[in-house]
Design a binder for this molecule. Sequence first.
Ligand code: 5GP
Ligand code: MN
Length: 339
Amino acid sequence: MTSELIEKTKELLATKKNIVIVSHRNPDGDAMGSSLAMYHYLIKKGHNVTVILPNEAPNFLKWMPKSEDIINFEKNTDLAYSILNKSDFVFTLDFNALHRVGDYMKIALNNYKKPFYMIDHHIDPSGYAKMMYSDSSMSSTCEMVYNFIVNIGDKALLDKDTATCIYTGIVTDTGSFRFASTTKNTHNIASELIELGIENSNIHSDTFDSNSLSRLALLGKALNSICVLEEYNTAYIYLTKEDLTQCNHQKGDTDGIVNYALSVKGVRFAVIFIEDLELDIIKLSLRSKGCFSVNEFANKYFNGGGHKNASGGKSVKNMEDTIVEFKNILKNYKKELNK
Ligand code: 5GP
Ligand code: MN
């Protein structure tokens, strides 16, 4: 954060405000973690705060403190609008462009007349926010929320609930401290959070050892569908609508499955193609190891983006045609993927 932004933020939060916190559609651990951490902190600071998420949170994150206070925009649209109308400004956390809240909630944010304050770690932020703390070198938005609170001089307000939410987002976005985005600072912050009394081992098991049978069934299907394209050091997985319904798919069940494709020895680039149950699209999750930028790949060909080693995108073609297209595009990257 620049010193100018720190001063502006202190001024902004010096008097009691009505604040709304928003994160992206299909919230993950970092989206939920950063939103709820900010919620706990701002309430402690004396503000009126509401978290509004575009749609339902996944079951494996519902244990998070105060997740029951979150308003689901799709389910409670009128209430969400009335709270937005009374708010002084909106924090947007863990996304870099307003369309990331989905087509339905995007209308509300596009019509919002008060300022946005973005805190985010994705590449290429768009220009909707008046105030912006954007840093793509950060492991997670949660790491940035920690920095935010400390930078504006409120370290003393950090408590166990806030720390628990921050730790959850760091752990989920870094693959439990495995990904290249994990730095010395990430570990230092984790250490501070443990000092605050979080039950770090429980956070891991509440989050990761809460697999539903539907998720394990889907994982089985996904592992059976792994296809390795050796000449490109690439692997992909696909799940069709039939796969999802057969396994009684629940929100969040497919999160992280793409990492199994990336775990195949020698694979540097992995993709999972998932047919969306509601929208007529194929959702792509792309992951890489090393210098291959999936952000550029997703952005150029699949209307998406994210980070260098972890991005998302979509295709309006059917599964078969999407995979054919993907394989054709790969031909342009043969050299790069064999470096
Ligand atoms: P996932 O594959 O887990 O859905 O997303 C990987 C990363 O890319 C996340 O940080 C996510 O926020 C981002 N991401 C996913 N889908 C999109 C998209 O359509 N556009 C952009 N800009 N980022 C995305
Ligand atoms: Mn994130």
